[in-house]
Design a protein around this ligand. Structure first.
Ligand SMILES: [Zn+2]
Length: 427
């Protein structure tokens, strides 16, 4: 009998003995039952007495005791983690006593922990041609989860890896069909509410819900889609548009938005003594500047009038600011003036620039420290090279392939420097 055969037989005998003895081995932090070939987590949490003060520190300590490297118990450990998250939001100190409500939530979870002792998972996953993946997902406001089960058929037996719904072990004819009915109240709470927005484009008010968008171009595009929808809806027998937005649609949307903003914020602009205005063919309010005799672009001679405190103006300024590499106030005024006449433009631009995070980063003063006095060796009178500093630089490679270093000798008082070549360090 060869030596290798002996080793194999010994290993088999040992394995048999272990299985017969229902041996339980700690394996990478989890418990491996050799008899049933299953894995489970250690969930011995000890006990809590009536005198135990339930604090944030205690909850965290208990949650961290559950060592679950594979995430088998994640659904169970999620609850205290959410509780800790809630305590952080409430700004509760580490050792403060918790509210009775929070204590009850924690104790209820702690009392149910013993159930985890029975949670086991097959160590061996057998895959064959009949194997199927069954994926279950769920989500709520607090968390979301997904789990995948492998279902394999063996002759007449069905094997499913993981603790799962009992019906998954049955034949597919017996599986539940359709939605599993849930608690209607809970479902109602978690269900996303549909947001219904009414837009009356005939009235003189800008669509306020658009102001939730923080980008000028996006706002214009969203408004274009709304206009497209309205047009398609009012179309009687024509063909609905369903392609990408065209340039003319985007321009039309921008003009419409400007008209709405002007009519809402500047209803009296026409009768103002401050500036002379006129309305162009598209119904947009424009300023009659004093340079009408100049040969220039019409948009420069008749700029669009925009109010100061308006979200559209703010986004427009931010957009121009970003497109022009975070330009300063002066440049922004010139750029915007090419097409627009913003009332109190300087102030409006200043406000936007003040809130620009990117610009703020460059405006902050750099950290400075108090200058410290030089050490005595640098200021004591002495002969040159009486007090020196030595440094070594390199290695450098000479033409013949030798490796050399440079020794730098520095006189600390007079700042003289002498360089030596060292090649003695070659091993
Ligand atoms: Zn900026």
């Amino acid at each position: 009998m060869g030596v290798s055969t002996c080793v194999v037989l010994k290993a088999m005998w040992l394995a048999k003995m272990l299985i017969e003895a229902q041996a339980i081995l700690p394996f990478l932090g989890v418990i491996w039952n050799l008899g049933t070939d299953t894995l489970k987590c250690c969930t011995d949490m000890g006990t809590l007495t009536c005198e135990t003060k339930i604090t944030k520190r205690l909850i965290l300590a208990i949650v961290q005791k559950i060592f679950d490297p594979m995430g088998l118990l994640t659904p169970a450990t999620l609850l205290p983690k959410l509780l800790i998250q809630h305590l952080w939001k409430m700004k509760i100190a580490w050792d403060s006593e918790l509210s009775p409500n929070d204590v009850n939530v924690f104790l209820k979870w702690f009392r149910d922990l013993y159930i985890l002792k029975d949670v086991t998972l097959s160590r061996c996953m057998i895959i064959n041609s009949t194997s199927e993946l069954h994926v279950f997902v769920d989500a709520s406001k607090e968390a979301y989860a997904a789990c995948v089960f492998v279902r394999s058929m063996f002759k007449s037996d069905v094997k499913v890896v993981g603790r799962t719904f009992v019906w998954l072990r049955e034949s597919p004819e017996y599986w539940p069909l359709g939605e599993t009915p849930g608690d209607s109240e809970e479902v109602e709470l978690e269900m996303k509410k549909l947001k219904v927005v009414n837009i009356d484009l005939s009235r003189d008010a800008p669509p306020w819900h658009l102001y939730a968008i923080s980008d000028y171009n996006k706002m214009i595009r969203v408004f274009s889609w709304i206009l497209r929808f309205v047009n398609n809806f009012t179309l009687l027998n024509g063909k609905c548009k369903d392609s990408e937005l065209s340039q003319s649609e985007i321009e039309n949307s921008e003009k419409k938005l400007i008209r709405l903003v002007q009519s809402y914020y500047l209803p009296d602009a026409k009768s103002s003594n401050y500036i002379e205005t006129c309305i162009d063919d598209e119904g947009i309010l424009r300023v009659k500047t004093k340079i009408l005799n100049r040969d220039d672009e019409r948009s420069f001679l008749y700029p669009i009038l925009l109010p100061e405190k308006c979200e559209l103006t703010k986004l427009l300024i931010r957009d121009v600011h970003k497109k022009n590499c975070h330009a300063g106030i002066q440049m922004m005024q010139c750029l915007l003036r090419e097409r627009y006449w913003i009332i109190r433009a300087r102030k409006a631009i200043k406000n936007v620039l003040y809130n620009c995070i990117f610009c703020k980063r460059f405006k902050v003063k750099s950290l400075s420290s108090e200058p410290t006095p030089l050490p005595p060796d640098r200021v004591t009178d002495c002969a040159p090279f009486e007090i020196v500093g030595i440094d070594l630089a390199g290695p450098l490679f000479l033409k013949d392939g030798r490796k050399v270093w440079i020794k730098k000798k520095l006189c600390l008082l007079a700042r003289y420097t002498v360089l030596f070549i060292l090649n003695l360090l070659i091993p």
